[in-house]
Design a protein around this ligand. Structure first.
Ligand SMILES: CC(C)(COP(=O)(O)OP(=O)(O)OC[C@H]1O[C@@H](n2cnc3c(N)ncnc32)[C@H](O)[C@@H]1OP(=O)(O)O)[C@@H](O)C(=O)NCCC(=O)NCCS
Length: 147
């Protein structure tokens, strides 16, 4: 597993990856949405950086009372399958535990087997299904981790 630093994501981090967000990370999360998320009091975002400060992933949760929801978890394409996702997810889980969150929820496209495998590794359980949730075609699997 690659040695990484996990830090709270700043606006400066977002500016650093602005131009490569959709091409090298994930087309689903755009700059404007992330900028709003970073300024929201209920959201907590993290970045994974190599020891020489290259951003290789980011992830965020939204907290509502004692429940949190994973909004996204994305590894830079050229850094996938090297343990970055696991390190970010572990960090988010610990963040929740330290904030007395009782449940961490997420929804994931049922075709996204890599993400589903990752979540199951950390004991997330399937708790529901939203039929044709993405593009009116793919189901969303709802998953949940209770502390
Ligand atoms: C899901 C995602 C964040 C995983 O990030 P990652 O840094 O590649 O994850 P890791 O290297 O920590 O791998 C975690 C686990 O996923 C599975 N996995 C990762 N890459 C895989 C691959 N190419 N094939 C099969 N399984 C794979 C493995 O089970 C792995 O655990 P292991 O190393 O103990 O075997 C990444 O694929 C991604 O950014 N996808 C696009 C965005 C997305 O779909 N996010 C989740 C939806 S909300």
């Amino acid at each position: 597993m690659k040695k990484l630093k996990i830090e709270i994501m700043t606006n400066e981090d977002l500016e650093t990856i602005k131009d490569i967000l959709q091409t090298e990370f994930d087309e689903f999360w755009n700059y404007e949405i992330l900028k709003q998320e970073l300024s929201s009091n209920n959201s907590k975002y993290i970045v994974a950086k190599t020891l020489d400060n290259i951003i290789v992933g980011f992830a965020g949760i939204k907290i509502i009372l004692d429940t949190a929801e994973i909004m996204n978890i994305v590894t830079k394409k050229s850094f996938r399958n090297m343990g970055t996702g696991k390190q970010m997810l572990e960090y988010l889980i610990n963040m929740c535990k330290n904030s007395n969150i009782k449940t961490l929820n997420l929804e994931v496209n049922s075709t996204n087997t890599i993400a589903i495998t990752l979540y199951k590794k950390y004991n997330f359980k399937e708790v529901g299904l939203r039929k044709k949730y993405y593009d009116n075609t793919y189901d969303a699997i709802l998953m949940s981790l209770n502390f």
